[in-house]
Design a protein. Structure first.
Length: 256
């Protein structure tokens, strides 16, 4: 089995693949300092709890945007799984050519999403990932990663708002029953959700215009992507497992 790991700024998401089938997913919080032993024990306990033998994990692939955790994370697999993980980084085979000004500055998660979107749905394609940051990346018809837009994530924007304004509470991020909000909570929900919808529609429109490509697909992923995708026609496909699928595809290109 393959263990695919997406280490983001907020959560570490893990997916277990049996051949090409994603059979289990789980996540832990990123912003907790852990040793390699703590990572190893947590991963082993979660897998065993889900009925998956640690010994059945034959390979591991990791995409991370959090450099500080990588030493402990990598060592946990050496020690507890007896596996050397594949790390998505410069030089790895992806099938995607990054043509931005400084390809090494492109986040591993964005590369992985681009691989999945291009191989699963073809190009040209815009990939919108609604995570800690909201990113919009353009992949050309021949699999070239051409450009990207980075905006504050929906939850990040919300946390900034209620963390900086004493009278504003922390809220659940969801679409309110009406944009004509009648109280503080629904007014905040309206601003965050409808603001994100408007941002998405405008950025996608301008990216399509600037690229001059015909018939660009728009694929969304990320925790809050479903909320946005269900409210706008500018998103063609929502795939919550896009990053994990991208990791599986990259692993297949690099396995020995």
């Amino acid at each position: 089995m393959l263990l695919a790991i997406d280490a983001g700024n907020t959560n570490i998401t893990l997916g277990v693949f049996d051949e090409d089938e994603l059979i289990e997913t789980f996540r832990i919080t990123t912003k907790i300092s852990r040793t390699s032993d703590e990572y190893g024990i947590v991963f082993c306990e979660i897998l065993e709890h889900r009925g998956i033998s640690v010994g059945s994990v034959e390979a591991v692939i990791i995409a991370s945007v959090v450099p500080d955790i990588m030493h402990s994370l990598e060592n946990s697999f050496y020690k507890y799984f007896n596996v050397t993980p594949i790390i998505v980084s410069a030089g790895i085979k992806t099938g995607i050519m990054v043509t931005t000004e400084n390809p090494r500055q492109t986040g591993a998660d964005r590369i992985v999403d681009a691989v999945a979107a291009y191989e699963l749905y073809g190009g040209p394609v815009i990939v919108a990932d609604f995570g800690t940051a909201t990113t919009y990346d353009l992949v050309g018809p021949n699999g070239t990663f051409e450009a990207g837009v980075t905006a504050p994530g929906i939850r990040t924007s919300g946390q900034s708002m209620w963390g900086s304004a004493a009278m504003l509470p922390a809220i659940e991020i969801k679409k309110p029953s009406s944009i004509l909000a009648k109280n503080t909570i629904t007014s905040m929900q309206a601003g965050l959700v409808y603001g994100a919808i408007g941002q998405t529609e405008y950025i996608v429109k301008k990216m399509k215009e600037a690229s001059k490509y015909d018939e660009i697909k728009v694929v969304a992923t990320g925790g809050l992507g479903r909320v946005i995708a269900s409210e706008t026609d500018c998103i063609d496909i929502y795939n919550s497992k896009l990053t994990l699928e991208g990791l599986r595809l990259i692993y297949k290109k690099n396995k020995k």
